[in-house]
Design a protein around this ligand. Structure first.
Ligand code: FAD
Ligand code: YCP
Length: 387
């Protein structure tokens, strides 16, 4: 074991761990970022070229955090000298009188988020090649857009290293020993840190086992589907086609969402916002295609300009909490172990602000937002072991 002691060790170089490590290094903390796979990799939740960025949320706390997150993304773009974001707008469609859509409308108005409300008659003029279901309303968050995910991850990791941060990839953490100094063992080394951040995505519970804690997290495999445009360009960023979310496309179904064709010319990404449960290391053994069946029916019904058979299917994982809100908290027993987990398929856009909050917790500072929606305590009745 080296005699060196880090101020903080961060486990997991996905977007949350990388942003946290960068914030720590910027704050002059001697920081080690450990990653089990050789970087870059596509085995977790942060790979792929694109993610949606939006303020369109039903909850005030997410909107408030997104105000700052947009600013931090812009700052990262300046620091890294690369474009990480493209404004496309986000079209949200949902049952006009349904609870979710009504709440979303009200929150958008309350927070004065620039929003266009589309009447049924004008919908097809603004959004050709999409069929709005009967009884559905539509709105556009005009500031929303696409984040270039892979590029962003690389940029944050580079910035971290340029502040003196150390990344050790291809080093899987196999043991954690809590203490005033936390001891972390990987396949090839033993490290000590005054604090530890666990941001291990789908592997959160595997690592938390070493600390006597289990969270109610469900890991699901998402089939990331790309669909061929019948006429190339119909749904492209070039044609100003927006990202979209269809809320509750059928009763009891999860949202369906899409991003304009961009990374693979002529192919539009359209996915189902849920998948089937999987062990993170066994992702490719999960071959359920129930989500794809739902998507085929949706594309046929609502996106007539796409061939209703996926042309490309990639894989990604969500780590879902019972209320779909994140976990951003200190360990209930060991206050110098910080946990960022359960991003429930919507955490990428929050990366810079999550990084700031987890770094504040790791440095023993008061976090700059009220973290009560994200506390472990809320799971009391779900806990699989004592909290
Ligand atoms: C298909 C899909 C679409 C999405 N769309 C959006 C979107 O449009 N907008 C949005 O905001 N969000 C979206 N998300 C969610 C977002 O991508 C995730 O919330 C985010 O990437 C989670 O990041 P993470 O760092 O927590 O996890 P990960 O990226 O999984 O990172 C965890 C890292 O920890 C490492 N690790 C685990 N165990 C160990 C160990 N023992 N030792 C060392 N390293 C370890 C893993 O290898 C991994 O690299 C989407 C997710 C998916 C899958
Ligand atoms: O986080 C997001 O913005 C998207 C919305 C739709 C579901 C997947 N995630």
């Amino acid at each position: 074991m080296s005699s060196e002691v880090f101020d903080c060790i961060v486990i997991g170089a996905g977007i949350q761990g990388s942003c946290t490590a960068y914030q720590l290094a910027k704050n002059k903390q001697k920081t080690l970022l450990l990653e089990q796979f050789v970087l870059p990799h596509s085995r977790g939740s942060s790979h792929g070229q694109t993610r949606v960025i939006r303020k369109t949320y039903e909850e005030d706390f997410y909107i408030q955090m997104m105000h700052e997150s947009y600013e931090l993304w812009a700052q990262l773009e300046r620091e890294a000298g690369v474009e990480l974001h493209r404004r496309t707008g986000l079209l949200v469609m949902g049952p006009e009188n349904g609870e979710g859509f009504s709440r979303l409308k009200a929150t958008m108005q309350k927070h004065k988020i620039p929003t266009v409300f589309l009447e049924k008659q004008e919908f097809s003029q603004h959004i050709p090649n999409v069929n709005l279901a009967d009884g559905n309303g539509a709105l556009i968050d005009t500031f929303a857009g696409v984040l270039y995910a892979d590029r962003a991850l690389r940029a944050v990791q580079r910035l971290f290293q340029s502040c003196g941060g150390v990344i050790k990839d291809g080093e899987k953490v196999i043991d954690i020993r809590p203490g005033v100094e936390v001891t972390v063992t990987t396949g090839s080394g033993v490290y000590r840190g005054r604090s530890l951040v666990i941001s291990a995505g789908p592997w959160a519970n595997t690592l938390l086992t070493h600390t006597g804690l289990q969270l109610p997290l469900k890991v699901v495999k998402i089939n990331v589907c790309y669909w061929k445009e019948k006429i190339p360009g119909t749904y492209s960023v070039g044609q100003s086609f927006p990202c979209f979310i269809e809320m509750e496309p059928k009763e009891g179904e999860y949202d369906i969402y899409g991003l304009p064709s961009n990374e693979y010319p002529g192919l539009m990404k359209v996915c189902y916002h849920m998948g089937s449960e999987t062990e993170p290391d066994e992702r490719d053994k999960q071959t359920d295609r129930g989500d794809i069946d739902i998507l085929v029916r949706y594309v046929t019904r609502c996106l007539p300009g796409l061939v209703p058979v996926p042309a490309v299917v990639e894989s990604c994982m969500y780590t879902v909490t019972p209320d779909h809100n994140f976990v951003l908290d200190s360990h209930p027993t060991y206050s110098n172990i910080i946990i960022g987990a359960g991003f429930s398929g919507h955490g990428f856009k929050f990366g810079p602000i999550v990084g700031k909050l987890l770094s504040q917790l790791a440095m023993g500072q008061v976090p700059s937002y009220d973290l009560s929606p994200f506390r472990i305590q809320r799971f009391q009745s779900h806990a699989r072991s004592s909290l």
